[in-house]
Design a protein around this ligand. Structure first.
Ligand code: NAP
Length: 639
């Protein structure tokens, strides 16, 4: 089978001018790495890798490696020669390159050392050999282990694809009318992803269709719908049905999943893929508001904000996107933001993808894969350094280490440059707490520009009371409103609510957890055999990385557990108590050394009411990848 990433031949109708035009849209560093594959010999390859035209650094979302326009032009000219020669040879599929050379190419693009331990993970993610090596082999005997998947968002859909490949019978239960989870539900104006789409997409699916580098919700929703359709998952999904309980029966070693339509499904395993950011949180505020009031994740299709006075409570990642998207429409917008948010310059956040990019991903061998690396590398693990607390650093109220202080300076410079140094606004928008302690937002200037409008007011307060036509803030100031928008986030620390999960002996999972949700590798819990969570406790990524990559790791672990079960012909698989306790204790100890545990944040969903952090994964993704790819059999018990 041809390598799906090795490009479809370029026909004779594609002229040199056509190719040159397409190259204008591309990342020159990624393009040059694609060209290394197309070279005819080592001398030509060395000319690229050792030549003067090279990136000067790699920074998140900066796709040209800080190359000068002259160097970019030189890189494109060089690439055109290589591509033309390859086309004139008939577009042969490139020979595989040796792993050492691929490692060198990673280092070249990263402008930094790429540790040896990353190479297998990156090679698996890029799949330059054309093999989807995370796809499980069909398992003889899998047919005897039916599985219920709860949720058909990004991770439930992924689990379905992998279970199907392995040969497990499965049913997916989805409360919404279609797939996509968060991207189905969050239809608020301005909703878009903040991890580059060419990385925030399944590793095994083509990425030639994205029309923006950070796709908007409709495009993401369409993506998940298409994948569900094309992968044959859709016909296994019961849409519009919510699972209310999952109950294990010791005697039969089966799970019964109770549905809100009165039905129940029985299976030998459950994959619970309900997300961390799914159940809207709306604070309990006294008083009544008479106008339309809704949470951002429940944005009504028919609400018309034209000429209305709108009060929006909350401005985290969501409110930050809503405000610029509705400001032109409303008469006035008042944003009650209790805590300022750190933001990160991303000038290209709203940029369209030029047509050359899709063409290159389709036709230039491995361009799309190296472009994925450009998005993956600076967004994965590198952010952990800035989040690590140096206990000797002072004052911890403003930053937690020298690196963190440098980040603070960079973010502060960006913010102040966007508001023309307006001292009132600067005082409101520069957070006092250390950077990266809460989810860092990405800004191309649109949020701060919106705040400078006369018809938009940023109020740095919480909310204390509702009146029929107003919201009263925590300083007692009344803000008139026709429409009230709650951009107040999700019940991120209430894992799996409102579902009841009962394991061996009828033990309730929420009671077992108490206030400390936990799971081995974020996925399994002793006493809850064959029950697997995706995006469960300690799996959210706070310092970069794509949650899709994290989910692909979790699903690899699920399949590895199931393989052990099926091969043993057993009834149950679950982690040992020792492995579970050890993982929890180590993870908690690590989390406490990170800025997300800082006592100076004030508010934020990373911390629960006691200030503890249970949702975040503090580990390097490369370690998490290794642990989930090859789980230690000693950590698992098969009966
Ligand atoms: P969020 O980050 O938790 O923000 C909630 C906002 O509501 C904050 O401003 C918070 O203030 C405020 N708030 C909460 N309770 C309040 C109360 N009782 N009184 C007054 N204000 C209150 O929620 P979100 O914006 O929905 O984002 C959640 C997560 O979803 C993000 O971190 C991200 O992971 C994901 N997300 C991603 C994207 C994207 O990819 N672009 C977009 C949206 C969301 P405090 O800060 O003071 O708590």
């Amino acid at each position: 089978m041809p390598n799906p990433h090795a490009g479809r031949p370029i026909g004779p109708e594609v002229t040199d001018a056509d190719i040159a035009a397409a190259l204008e849209d591309l990342s020159v560093p990624a393009l040059l790495m694609a060209c290394v594959h197309l070279c005819e010999d080592d001398a030509q390859r060395r000319a690229i890798l050792d030549g003067p035209v090279r990136p000067q650094g790699l920074f998140l979302n900066e796709y040209q490696g800080f190359m000068t326009p002259e160097d970019q032009a030189a890189g494109r000219a060089l690439a055109l020669d290589v591509i033309r020669a390859w086309r004139d040879r008939g577009c042969p599929e490139p020979e595989p390159l040796p792993p050492a050379l691929l490692h060198e190419m990673m280092t070249w693009l990263a402008c930094d050392t790429v540790g040896d331990e990353y190479v297998p993970m990156v090679l698996e993610e890029l799949a330059l050999d054309g093999a989807d090596s995370r796809a499980p082999e069909p398992m003889a005997g899998a047919a005897a282990y039916p599985v219920v998947i709860i949720g058909c968002g990004m991770s439930g859909l992924l689990a379905a694809i992998r279970l199907q490949q392995a040969g497990f019978p499965f049913v997916v239960v989805e409360k919404n009318a279609g797939p996509g989870g968060t991207w189905w539900e969050n239809r608020y104006p301005g909703a878009r992803v903040d991890v580059g789409s060419h990385f925030y997409s399944y590793s095994f699916e083509p990425a030639d269709h994205w029309t923006e580098f950070f796709s908007r919700q409709p495009e993401l929703r369409a993506y998940f719908e298409r994948v569900a359709e094309e992968r044959g998952v859709r016909e296994h999904v019961r849409f519009g049905v919510e699972a209310t309980a999952a109950t294990y029966d010791d005697e039969s070693a089966t799970w019964t999943v109770t549905l809100d339509d009165g039905d129940a499904l029985t299976a030998r395993a459950v994959v619970c893929a309900v997300g961390q950011l799914n159940r809207p949180f709306v604070p309990d505020v006294p008083g009544e508001f008479d106008g339309p009031a809704f949470h951002t994740a429940r944005w009504p299709d028919d609400v018309d904000l034209t000429g209305k006075d709108v009060v929006m409570v909350g401005a985290g990642a969501t409110g930050f996107q809503v405000a610029p998207a509705i400001a032109d429409q409303v008469r006035s917008l008042t944003v009650l933001q209790r805590t300022a948010q750190w933001m990160f310059p991303n000038p290209g956040y709203h940029d369209a993808v030029g047509p050359g990019v899709g063409w290159a991903i389709r036709h230039l061998p491995f361009y799309g894969r190296w472009f994925r690396f450009l998005t993956l590398w600076p967004g994965t693990d590198t952010g952990l350094a800035a989040a690590k607390v140096d206990p000797a650093w002072e004052p911890q109220e403003r930053s937690v280490s020298e690196v963190n202080e440098m980040v603070r300076t960079m973010f502060t410079d960006w913010i102040t440059s966007q508001v023309d140094g307006d001292p009132d606004l600067v005082a409101k928008v520069v957070p006092p707490y250390p950077p990266t302690a809460k989810r860092t937002l990405q800004d191309n200037g649109s949020w701060l520009r919106t705040l400078t409008r006369d018809d938009v007011e940023l109020v740095r307060s919480g909310v204390s009371r509702l009146e029929p036509d107003a919201v009263v803030d925590s300083d007692g100031v009344r803000h008139r409103a026709d429409v009230l928008v709650w951009a107040t986030g999700f019940r991120a620390n209430d894992f799996l609510v409102p579902m009841t999960v009962r394991g061996r002996g009828g033990v309730d999972l929420h009671e077992h957890w108490g206030s400390r949700p936990r799971a081995h590798l974020g996925v399994t819990v002793p006493g809850f055999p064959n029950f697997f969570m995706l995006y469960g406790p300690a799996t959210n990524l706070a310092s970069g990385g794509s949650i899709i990559l994290a989910s692909e790791c979790e699903v690899s672990y699920v399949l590895a557990c199931l393989r052990m079960l099926v091969e043993a012909g057993g009834d149950t698989v679950e982690p040992t108590q020792a492995a579970y306790d050890d993982y929890y204790e180590r993870t908690q100890a690590e989390v406490k050394t990170m800025v997300w545990s800082s006592p100076y944040i004030g508010h934020g969903y990373y911390q629960d009411e006691a200030g503890e952090v249970h949702g975040l994964n503090p580990w390097r993704l490369v370690d998490y990848w290794a642990w989930t790819r090859d789980p230690d059999p000693a950590d698992l018990e098969v009966r």
